[in-house]
Design a binder for this molecule. Structure first.
Ligand code: NAD
Ligand code: MG
Length: 382
């Protein structure tokens, strides 16, 4: 079991639930980081007494340093601060819960410093799966999944103990989000407020919109490819409205293993920290007798084009997924601000994918350039 952790993005949905798990398990905290939520970070710092806290926003960090003046806790800021938090000595794992491609460089830094990664920030693997998994292999560090579907697969694969050839396919379950069953003409008119009302999970705004467009599931397909070293064809998506079966693995002999549980992220977060051990924790228990009827259906690829866009990016490889992700981050932010319609999200993403340069084995610089290029192009299109 991990003993001392740093959390990148501790004020977010995953970050806050991670601290609940850490408190319940009695683990200690090395560093906590956030973007600009100083008040909550101060509260967390006083409760968990880390060595270092970081706000990427310089102004908010100066303010926090004054407020924490009566404690020995060090306050840092900016990109450097985030990298320091990712590599802090005496910490055995870093939980990456920042949102977006902003998580990529700190995750690579943490791996280079030999830290195991409890990975929530899926955009890291979407943008740079080859680089990140190669770095982890080289350093002998583990990428432990926090995403509920990937944790389910991890559990079915017994922590990767079995050879990959035994896997016939992976079935990633998807709730379908708030707009499941709607057609294009209805989807054209949905508002950010409606999109933010996820039926089963309470999450950060960005991933909630990604769930509504199904881009989230497309990203999770890529995340599974990298985490479990499987080709795209072996990863399928099935709609499961109830979010009780968190994903399934079908083996060569036809056996299908699944992991079931209440929709509660604290369980996959905890397993990433305690693996291979299982201990009591704060997650809700599944009551089979009162849980809804479990249903399964195929995804609607026509009305939710983001799923196929992500698969196409995975097929193209190179910097295509990073370009797709960059455009998606811009499009989602603009949709949330009310400046774009729901269907503009796939429109901007498709354009980014079409314009993505072909780079066979991209370096970090290639990936960051593709990300920046896609963001600029998406903004120009608006
Ligand atoms: P969130 O928006 O609630 O929290 C994001 C955190 O990152 C906050 O602490 C914020 O201060 C920080 N942050 C935001 N922008 C930043 C930047 N540019 N630089 C540094 N820090 C920044 O997000 P969330 O829902 O907790 O999701 C975090 C990650 O976990 C995402 O990659 C998401 O896809 C993944 N994930 C989330 C859930 C969930 O249930 N929320 C489930 C599976 C995977
Ligand atoms: Mg998920």
């Amino acid at each position: 079991m991990k003993q001392r952790l740093s959390i990148l993005g501790s004020t977010g949905s995953i970050g806050r639930q991670s601290l609940e798990v850490i408190a319940a398990l009695g683990l200690s905290v090395g560093a906590l980081t956030a973007h600009r939520s100083g008040a909550l970070l101060e509260e967390q710092a006083r409760a968990f007494r880390p060595e270092l806290v970081v706000l990427t926003d310089e102004h908010a960090a100066r303010d926090l340093a004054v407020r924490l003046g009566d404690t020995p806790i060090r306050v840092a800021s900016g990109r450097e601060g985030l990298l320091e938090a990712a590599t802090l000595e005496g910490v055995d794992a870093v939980l990456t819960a920042v949102v977006g491609a902003a998580g990529l460089e700190p995750t690579l830094a943490a791996i280079a410093a030999g830290k195991d990664i409890a990975l929530a920030n899926k955009e890291t693997l979407v943008c740079a799966g080859a680089l990140v998994t190669a770095a982890a292999r080289e350093k002998g560090v583990r990428l432990l999944p926090v995403d509920s579907e990937h944790s389910a697969i991890f559990q079915c694969l017994q922590g990767c103990a079995r050879p990959r050839e035994e896997v016939r396919r992976i079935l990633l379950t998807a709730s379908g989000g708030p707009f499941y069953g709607m057609d294009r003409s209805a989807l054209e008119r949905v508002t950010p407020q409606e999109a933010l009302r996820h039926p089963n999970w309470s999450m950060g705004a960005k991933i909630t919109i990604d769930s509504a467009t199904m881009m989230n599931k497309g990203f999770e397909v890529m995340e599974a490819m990298w985490l479990y070293d499987l080709p795209l064809e072996k990863i399928e998506v099935v709609i499961h409205r109830e979010s009780v079966v968190h994903s399934l693995v079908e083996f060569q002999d036809g056996a299908v293993l699944a992991q079931l549980g209440a929709p509660d992220m604290r369980l996959p977060i905890q397993y990433a920290l305690t693996w291979p051990e299982r201990v009591p924790g704060p997650a809700a228990t599944l009551d089979l007798l009162s849980c809804p009827k479990l249903t399964f259906s195929p995804p609607d690829r026509e009305n939710f084009p983001c799923l196929e866009l992500a698969r196409e990016a995975a097929r193209q490889g190179g910097v295509a997924p990073a370009a797709l992700n960059g455009a998606n981050e811009v499009a989602v932010a603009l949709f949330l601000e009310g400046r774009l319609g729901f269907y503009d999200i796939p429109r901007l993403c498709a354009a980014a994918l079409a314009a993505a340069p072909k780079v066979a084995e991209p370096t970090l610089e290639d990936i960051l350039a593709a990300d920046a290029g896609a963001r600029a192009r998406a903004l120009e299109m608006v």
